[in-house]
Design a protein around this ligand. Sequence first.
Ligand code: SIN
Length: 490
Amino acid sequence: MTRAREPIVVVGGGIAGLATALSLAPWPVRLLCRTHDGSDTASVLAQGGIAAAIDDADSPAAHALDTLAAGAQHNDQLRVHWLCQQAPEAIDWLQTQGVVFDRDARGQLHLGREGGHQVARIVHVGGDASGAGIMAVLRQRVQQATHIQYRGDVEVDALLLRGSTVEGVRIRDRRERAHEIGASAVVLATGGIGALFARTSNPPGADGNGLALGLCAGAQIRDIEFVQFHPTALCVAESGCLPLITEALRGAGARLQDHSGRPLMTGLHPQEDLAPRDIVARQVWDAHRREGAAWLDARELKRGWERYFPTVMAACLAHGIDPRTQRMPVTAASHFHMGGLAVDLDGQTSVNGLYAVGEVACNGVHGANRLASNSLLEGVLCGRRLGVLLADRGAQNMTPKTGGGRYRWVTRGNSLPAELMADLRSTLWRAAGPVRDAAGLQQASQACAQWAEQGWQARLASDLLAAARSRAHSLGSHYRADALIGGEFR
Ligand code: SIN
């Protein structure tokens, strides 16, 4: 329920946050972001585009089947069907906002193929610069929107509850000054937790802040052990945000190889290099364990680099690698969190007045492993659905059922000091990366328990490790090397 007069606070400037804020019109919105221009989001870095059954030979049902197969059937089926059915509408809405998708020679939307998709159904903007292209347009829309008041360079570190209803947030500006903002509802759109792992394709802001805030307000979480690892980040450093090498490059013919040039995926899955991500990521992880390296060979790709893969090309060249003539060193990297704050399709968490949308939320559409190019899609569709819903409730003057109660702040608490953050990231990468086992998870849990008093990130990591320990079998992206499968350890 929304309380009349006060703004709706949207925390996070990724695609889900912007779609929510725009769709809330004319209800007043305070949009809060950690960087001055909201650029520190995984949406901006997204290379893959948006999956939608647009081609005459394709159908939402086929898109749903692929989504369910990638998700290891752990998905909420009805919600998957809704997502896939609505996908073409998301493309229409983005075009209405001014997004210009790539077209083929016949003037039709150009459709690419990525891992887990049986057919080509991914639309892109500027080739592999999809996220940047879409976000630039939506950010412009936000700047023009009179109902949105934008505030950057702030971090939300506490939620205000009245009784059991969220009624506001506390922000800290760059000078650590605290400000309080009352809200008729709070929407967390803060992204995922990729930056808690040593190797990631995510920006530093993807550190689980929104998840930690929801937890301290008592919100229920779901499936938080399911973290997707992308098979191909450019392996140019031991840790940090690594440049992504889009899966679309494998869709266009690039192949994974071991150090001696032997194909990594042959015979392991019918879709080989385009098998679902968790399967490919484990092979890349394993090649690193055995030989200290894995490679992506795209030298056969003679044309189209500038048009379809300008981002990959620029990242490689910046690191002294010419992908037209050299193999690219690749590593698996944390990429997407399927788990999060448990919500229904309307983004309602288990706490009154608190909503979550996009990667911070878990509504069950992605199951145990997200299908490629379904995340921007979810951000747009669920953001729009939530924005329209809350605006409608506001227009009907629906008042909150708070039942009153006393006001109290729930706070996330201190951040881990930088040196412990580095230890935490390495610990999670080793123990809760693409391959997990009981001993590693237990050791990591002990380490995080020691750090728990010193920072919220360690408490969040402990929750993730506990969930991973209690799921003793492998499912989707959660792979337990110590699980017995069909009478054998695999
Ligand atoms: C990619 O381009 O490989 C990533 C796409 C996605 O994460 O959906």
